[in-house]
Design a protein around this ligand. Structure first.
Ligand SMILES: Cc1ncc(COP(=O)(O)O)c(C=O)c1O
Length: 402
């Protein structure tokens, strides 16, 4: 067989999906797996959103649309930015793509080229380095403050180079749940300005912020930098619409036009029905968003309370998204279930096999001493899952399954 391209071989499949698929296989075998690995709201998509897609089918709205998305949807997205973020974008600044991931892909492809460096605060979501590499650029990891879970000016300066082209900011963050305050962003602004960086602001978890903390992105905090900011966003997490595949970016006109051109040769428009569903999500009742946020907050507090039974783990209090990211380094070097735990990868494997609880090793996010728990799971599952792990780690008997 002739060789595959280097591009096809250099990228690894998403490790978060690999563990999830192992957990699903075990579940399919009838094992009572508690899945705390997946980054997906467990609520159904609100009924009125699905109804909008049904209406669209009935109305025969089933043909190609404009590559960048239907105008009413782009207007609704522009309106969302005005209402929620006090940011002025017109529909021409908006490109609708197949999920937040595709919006990010477009951004990386339009902003980076070989020789460029992309600064990624670490721990990071797995897709950023992969997409930087796919755009020919070199990912460079900037350490975040381990307690506050944000990038500090010192952390940013420590990795700046003449080749720095893009800085990625993801707040609230996957995997840490960390949230940048307006002040955190304001402190980075002069450095970003001086280095003339693009900023890709991944705001996908915007609606999931707790403790009355304000959400902010760089364009809101430093309006003079708005033309250097590309916001990647989408409806997946806020409206429990992961399968609909609707994301979008808001960007300076030149970037939006480039992204549209690129997308026109790759995927064309997002499914017409999904666009109608997203339009309903953004323009109709926002009550489901508030309800889901309240449910996630209850779970967050539950997980943090349960993690108090793990005194040897340090768990920074997450302020957003639906993840907790404890530091498990106290277990390194121990033997658990016949396995020498050398990093969180070993731990996640042992936990899945011995307690049937799926988590994601921090090594997937560049942080091998941490483990990611998603609390996008029922309170009951959180209690069962963390209870099993606690009993396993303290050598107490526990039951696997009902
Ligand atoms: C930080 C972050 N950005 C973007 C995405 C992509 O979301 P979507 O499902 O809309 O592609 C995810 C999904 O897990 C995410 O965690």
């Amino acid at each position: 067989m002739p060789a595959l391209s280097q591009r096809a071989t250099v990228i690894q499949p998403s490790p978060t999906l690999l563990l999830d698929s192992e957990a699903k296989t075990m579940k399919a075998q009838g094992l009572d797996v508690v899945n705390l690995s997946i980054g997906e709201p467990d609520f159904p998509t609100p009924t009125h959103i699905g109804q909008a897609a049904i209406e669209a089918i009935k109305a025969g709205f089933t043909k190609y649309t404009a590559t960048e998305g239907i105008l009413p949807l782009r207007e609704a997205i522009a309106e969302k930015f005005k209402k929620d973020n006090n940011l002025d974008y017109g529909p021409a600044n908006i490109v609708v793509s197949a999920g937040g991931k595709h919006a990010l892909y477009n951004a990386f492809q339009c902003l980076c080229q070989p020789g460029d460096e992309v600064i990624i605060p670490s721990p990071y979501w797995v897709t950023y380095p992969a997409q930087a590499i796919l755009a020919g650029a070199q990912p460079v990891f900037a350490p975040m403050d381990p307690e506050r879970l944000v990038l500090t000016p010192e952390g940013l300066k420590s990795v700046l180079s003449p080749r720095s082209k893009v800085l990625v900011i993801n707040s609230p963050s996957n995997p840490t749940g960390g949230l940048f305050s307006p002040e955190d962003l304001a402190k980075l602004a002069p450095i970003i300005k001086k280095a003339n960086l693009w900023v890709i602001s991944d705001d996908i978890y915007e609606s999931l912020v707790y403790d009355d903390a304000p959400f902010a992105n760089l364009a809101m905090v430093a309006p003079e930098l708005k033309d250097q900011v590309v916001i990647a966003h989408g409806v997946s997490k806020s409206y429990s619409m992961t399968g609909w595949r609707v994301g979008y970016l808001a960007a300076p006109l030149a970037v939006a036009q480039a992204a549209t051109k690129l997308q026109s040769q790759m995927t064309s428009n997002v499914a017409s029905l999904a666009q109608k569903a997203a339009l309903a999500a953004l323009t109709e009742s926002q009550e489901p968003v508030a309800q889901m946020r309240a449910a996630f907050n209850e779970r967050r507090l539950k997980v943090l309370a349960l993690l108090k039974d793990f005194p040897q783990w340090t768990t920074p209090q997450p302020q957003g998204a639906f993840y907790v990211f404890p530091n498990i380094s106290s277990l390194l070097g121990q033997t658990l279930g016949d396995v020498l735990i050398q990093d969180s990868n070993d731990l996640a494997q042992v936990l899945l096999r011995k307690t049937w609880v799926a988590t994601v090793p921090g090594s997937a996010f560049g942080s091998p001493n941490h483990l990611r728990f998603s609390y996008a799971a029922s309170l009951e599952d959180l209690e069962r899952g963390l209870g099993r792990i606690r009993d396993f780690l303290t050598h107490k008997p526990f039951s696997l399954g009902s």
